[in-house]
Ligand binder design. Structure first.
Ligand SMILES: Nc1ncnc2c1ncn2[C@@H]1O[C@H](COP(=O)(O)OP(=O)(O)OP(=O)(O)O)[C@@H](O)[C@H]1O
Ligand SMILES: [Mg+2]
Length: 252
């Protein structure tokens, strides 16, 4: 049975996609069979893995638009054990099926839990049916956040939905894996304040190490490679490696 990790935050631009791509790559490099699923119609996961998605190619969103299976949309990446189900940039958020359990059922019915050790879900920054589907399908929640003034509000809005879905789940297996500060610098007073307020509110044991600000992140994305391959000695590669280790340990 695959473990399913959702990477999410109500706020936009908090490093969700960067984190989903790089954590997926780290876990695959350490031997997991990993499937990354892109729920966000921006379609950035395919770009981050250097996968070309052409008009008419099957996508994740065909499941919602017309009840198509996920399997035909499965794509291999250049890296062993790292596969992607890409998004459809033409799908209109809010259209299609209203079924909150569509993704959960598709993963189970199509045998994806047996094919993979870990499934990583990258989500759009909206509280919509796609996010609810991802929460119903997931076991653990990873919340990347920027240590800025409004970070707490995005996390609180997410926490309300999370709590609602978690308590409605019969298996009671939806838990927060951790909060991950992105582009954080402990020398900056405001970053320290925001990080300690999130830690205070949600528990310091739930804080993960953090990813430092690193231009290599944007560069690696632009050339379609996880940062561990593009710049193996960079700060970001080091940080994502450490966070992936922490995730593996927490998931034991
Ligand atoms: N550690 C980092 N150092 C420098 N830049 C970063 C870092 N992490 C992410 N970025 C940059 O921040 C921007 C937002 O990142 P990303 O697209 O991953 O966020 P997102 O939460 O997925 O956004 P959206 O809500 O639009 O889906 C990107 O330009 C990315 O390259
Ligand atoms: Mg994104």
């Amino acid at each position: 049975m695959a473990r399913v990790l959702i990477v999410t935050n109500r706020k936009g631009g908090t490093g969700k996609t960067t984190t989903a791509v790089n954590i997926a790559a780290e876990l695959a490099a350490s031997g997991d069979r990993v499937l990354l699923v892109d729920l966000d119609t921006q379609g950035h996961c395919a770009i981050g893995l250097g996968i070309q998605v052409s008009k008419g190619d099957p996508t994740f969103h065909d499941l919602f638009a017309s009840g198509q299976p996920l399997l035909p949309a499965l794509r291999e990446s250049r890296w062993e054990n790292l596969h992607l189900i890409p998004a459809d940039p033409l799908f209109e958020h809010g259209s299609g099926s209203r079924d909150e359990y569509l993704l959960r059922r598709a993963l189970a019915d199509e045998g994806l839990h047996d094919r993979y050790d870990t499934i990583v879900l990258d989500t759009p920054p909206s509280l919509d049916i796609l996010l609810l589907n991802a929460l119903h399908a997931a076991d653990r929640v990873l919340v990347p956040f920027l240590p800025h003034h409004l970070a707490g509000e995005g996390v609180r809005q997410l926490a309300r939905v999370l709590f609602r879905v978690a308590s409605s789940r019969a298996d009671k297996n939806l838990r927060v894996m951790g909060f991950l500060p992105i582009m954080c610098d402990p020398r900056i007073g405001q970053h320290r304040t925001v990080m300690s307020s999130v830690a205070h509110q949600f528990g310091s044991s739930r804080m993960l190490g953090g990813i430092r600000n690193d231009i290599r992140v944007a560069e690696s994305f632009a050339v379609g490679q996880p940062v561990r391959y593009y710049a193996p000695k960079s700060r970001a590669a080091e940080d994502y490696y450490a966070v992936a280790q922490a995730i593996r340990e927490r998931w034991q």
